[in-house]
Write a protein that binds this ligand. Structure first.
Ligand code: FCB
Length: 504
């Protein structure tokens, strides 16, 4: 390292302050934490059905019990209050609210009403997502997202939830990560409902977007004061060799299928021409009817960005094995990209999490700047990082006190550092003038990680699935101190978590 480099990289000594109007929160999703899958009238969602398919989920796990949040929600709100979180992103289960996908279930709605009251009493702002992947199985049997009617059903469901919670919830997200619902659900087959059909996956993508537009319109009519948005999972697709035209084109195709397929219709009322050409060349299309694109482009207030890592993309096979994000379940899966043939993801040699995902915080800064420049700022939309987090293999240490009391602790310095680095990356974007106003760590607590089952832990809080005991990890204590002090520590040496006794 040159001395000039040393000077420019001189460590910052004091914590970097977080703007006063920037919200710090945590996120979860219904199927991943609630359990109680057969209580109070709830019927099967596609995930209940998928978990019964042999080999679909690692360990044969399911969300049947999960974190028992349905019964423990008061304790979980108390935990959030202890951590000092300002805002809580959760989802409502469509199969609890409308077990048959059509008829409102008062008992199901009442659970969310009680949860919202509990949050408000704890001074935590509720941030509600209507769809985090758990379609009622009855609607899947009627065709699922590839069927246009599901979009209409979704708008009715949104109206049902708004009728009960619209007086207390301001922040509404229609869909979480429609890319996953469409392409992991109907093309790769890694997620429920496990279908592997390229045209069906594109039909699903269009109808998810249409459902988003119809629900946005309906929520707007019912509650003009609501803040409405959608959450997209996005990648930063970098060509491995930026001077190689084939790598550049491969990165363009991934950007089109992962990001612009959703961004362009929502913000501009059109599908990207290059994407349509790529699909057409493969005999595939998006089933657009007159008026659909105008519906999808109904103005939104907030865009949620879920960011875990970017991708180094090439048209060449890497010398080592290409990176894949697919869960190694027993059921064979396909590529989730309908026009992804001949494209490979290379390792950059960065550290990886337990998911095999590269730790790449600078990608988040670039992503925020790009989305703000190209989509959000021109339309007056505010950005939020609605998910970001890391799975690591946690080690639990038990300490026995003189009186025999056993205290468990999890010293997850890798997760704490992941959190610190990504908050820092967001502040870089803020400094560059990006209009990003919040961060939600994924996740409040360990939970059911879809096809990975309970194998992967993302929580700031450990869940012992045998006893349901929750233990705040070192990363949770660090987040508590960040929220309390409204500052991101300068480096990992300074990111010492506050003592468990500390209350923000
Ligand atoms: C996101 C999902 C969330 C969780 C994290 C790790 O894609 O929205 O439910 O599984 O990944």
């Amino acid at each position: 390292m040159t001395s000039a480099h040393c000077v420019s990289a001189a460590p910052r000594l004091s914590p970097r302050s977080i703007p006063a109007d920037f919200l710090l929160g945590v996120a979860t999703a219904a199927y991943q934490i609630e359990g109680a899958t057969r209580r109070d009238g709830r019927a099967d969602s596609i995930w209940d059905a998928f978990c019964r398919v042999p080999g679909a989920v690692i360990g044969g796990d399911s969300g049947e019990h999960a974190c028992e949040h349905y019964d423990r929600y008061r304790d979980d709100v108390q935990l959030m209050s202890e951590l000092g979180v300002q805002v809580y992103r959760f989802s409502t289960s469509w199969a609890r609210v409308q077990p048959d996908g059509r008829t409102a279930n008062a008992l199901g709605l009442d659970f969310y009403s009680r949860l919202v009251d509990e949050l408000l009493a704890a001074n935590i702002t509720p941030w509600l997502t209507l769809y985090h992947w758990d379609l009622p199985q009855a609607l899947q049997e009627a065709g699922g997202w590839p069927a246009r009617d599901t979009a209409l059903r979704f708008a009715d469901y949104a109206a049902n939830v708004q009728a009960v919670l619209g007086d207390r919830v301001i922040n509404w997200t229609t869909l979480n990560e429609p890319w996953c619902s469409a392409f992991l659900g109907y093309l790769s087959g890694e997620h429920a409902p496990g279908i592997q059909n390229p045209q069906a996956s594109l039909d699903a993508a269009h109808h998810l977007l249409l459902g988003h537009g119809l629900a946005t319109q309906r929520l707007r009519e019912l509650g003009p004061e609501l803040s409405i948005g959608i959450t997209l999972n996005m990648t930063v697709a970098d060509p491995v060799d930026p001077t190689d035209a084939a790598d550049v084109d491969a990165a363009r195709r991934i950007d089109a299928q992962h990001n612009r397929l959703f961004l362009d219709p929502i913000f501009r009322g059109e599908y990207p021409a290059d994407l349509l050409a790529d699909l057409d060349a493969r005999g595939l299309n998006l089933p657009v009817l007159d008026g659909d694109l105008a519906t999808i482009a109904n103005p939104i207030d907030a865009l949620g960005i879920n960011y875990y890592h970017g991708d180094a993309i090439s048209a060449q096979q890497p010398a080592d094995a290409p990176l894949t994000s697919a869960a190694p379940s027993q059921r064979p899966t396909l590529s989730p990209f309908p026009a992804g043939d001949g494209i490979f993801t290379h390792s950059r040699g960065l550290p990886v999490t337990a998911m095999g995902w590269e730790v790449q915080p600078e990608g988040l800064t670039r992503l925020l700047k790009r989305i703000d420049d190209e989509y959000a700022r021109p339309t007056g939309v505010t950005l939020y990082v609605t998910e970001n987090g890391a799975a690591y293999t946690d080690t639990v240490t038990s300490t026995v006190a003189a009186d025999g009391t056993v205290t468990a602790s999890v010293d997850d310095t890798d997760r704490a550092e992941f959190l610190r680095l990504h908050l820092d990356a967001i502040l870089d974007a803020v400094d560059a003038g990006v209009n990003v106003k919040g961060y939600f760590y994924w996740s409040l607590m360990d939970n059911f990680e879809w096809a990975w089952g309970y194998d992967k832990r993302f929580g700031l809080v450990r869940v012992d699935y045998d006893t349901q005991v929750r233990t705040v990890k070192a990363s949770g204590r660090l987040y508590q101190s960040i929220i309390d002090g409204r500052g991101v520590p300068a480096d990992s040496a300074m990111s010492q978590p506050v003592s468990p006794e500390h209350r923000g």
